[in-house]
Design a protein around this ligand. Structure first.
Ligand code: FUB
Length: 324
């Protein structure tokens, strides 16, 4: 059983990156509330972000304190959910974060710092054309940056068309029915200044071995939330949570836009409802999975703790499945 990275606060949804030889983790900062649990996730009522860092895996972890608070972001009402960060070509750091705006709609914001640990100064408005939750940034080897995002149910992805135009503001949790395709995660290239999308949002297709889209009722394989992208040996690995089946799954493709061919499970269910992760490939010759569970809170779903474990690939480049 691995230990939480920190125990003085609850942390979740870890997005880990290596910046200038040091590992930085951008997690959600879980907190206790008296909000009733529901499938909408209202109990996940976070108000700020802390950044964690360490110079080696298993080494001392520094909590850099509050990096960004909801009260300092004009467009945010509540629920600062899973963030991520990227280093821009200008050497500055960009924190991407989803939150519920004053009209009750989840959007994605960005905040900027000269340092990877922040504090981050927020842009006054959310990213134009952004919607839903769980942004994950990815900077390709040619320097092009992308933002992946999306989440079903309380994450509101089901309310949107492929390009982000609103389809049904009161859409039920997700599509269902014989032959109905699953909703795909979304991606957009980021502008050179990292502050806005540089193109219309695209829907990503996840397909099976025959090239058929994964179906909406295939809850063991369909995308739910927690997008992550990493690249290994020229291939794009898109990983995600399957939500109500509690798996971390992934697909592989030859383009950052997909399609991604479903490969299998990365991590079996952890203690707690949600599962959410990131992958740091090749840090000092090893690959690591950052994830969370609710062992420290003894199973309270919205009080999670970030952990890290080494992962391995087989000779064909498939990730060897982890059991918590
Ligand atoms: O932390 C709040 C939400 O829980 C995240 O946005 C989801 O990915 C799930 O982990």
């Amino acid at each position: 059983m691995s230990a939480p990275l920190v125990t003085h606060i609850y942390t979740a949804d870890p997005s880990a990156h290596v910046f200038d030889g040091r590992v930085y983790v951008y997690p959600s900062h879980d907190r206790e509330t008296d909000i009733h649990f529901n499938d909408n996730g209202d109990q996940y009522d976070m108000v700020d972000y802390h950044v964690l860092s360490m110079d080696k895996i298993g080494g001392e972890v520094t909590d850099h304190g509050v990096a960004l608070a909801a009260k300092d972001v004009p467009w945010v009402d509540k629920q600062m959910w899973a963030p991520d960060a990227a280093k821009g070509a200008d050497g500055r750091y960009y924190l991407y974060f989803p939150a519920r705006a004053h009209d009750g709609v989840f959007r994605i914001g960005v905040a900027v710092s000269d340092k990877p640990e922040g504090p981050f100064a927020p842009q006054p408005e959310a990213i134009k054309g952004s919607f839903s939750i769980d942004p994950a940034s990815f900077v390709d080897e040619d320097g092009t940056a992308y933002l992946y995002f999306g989440g079903l149910w309380g994450g509101q992805l089901q309310r949107y068309n492929a390009d982000g135009t609103v389809s049904d503001p009161k859409a039920p949790e997700e599509p269902t029915g014989a032959g109905v395709r699953a909703l795909g995660p979304r991606v957009a290239r980021l502008r050179g200044d990292m502050l806005e999308f540089d193109e219309t949002v695209r829907e990503i297709l996840i397909v099976d071995d025959e090239g058929n889209p994964i179906l909406a009722d295939d809850h063991e394989r369909r995308f739910f939330e927690a997008a992550w992208m990493h690249k290994r040996n020229g291939k794009y690995y898109f990983s995600y949570s399957t939500g109500d089946t509690h798996l971390l799954a992934y697909g592989i493709g030859t383009s950052p836009y997909g399609p991604f061919t479903y490969q299998g499970t990365i991590l079996e269910p952890v203690v707690g409802w949600t599962t959410h992760h990131s992958i740091v490939d090749d840090f000092e010759g090893k690959s690591y999975l950052f994830y969370h569970d609710c062992e420290l809170s003894k199973g309270v779903d919205h009080l999670r703790s970030v952990k890290c474990r080494e992962i391995q690939y087989d000779a064909a480049g498939k990730i060897i499945k982890q059991t918590p």
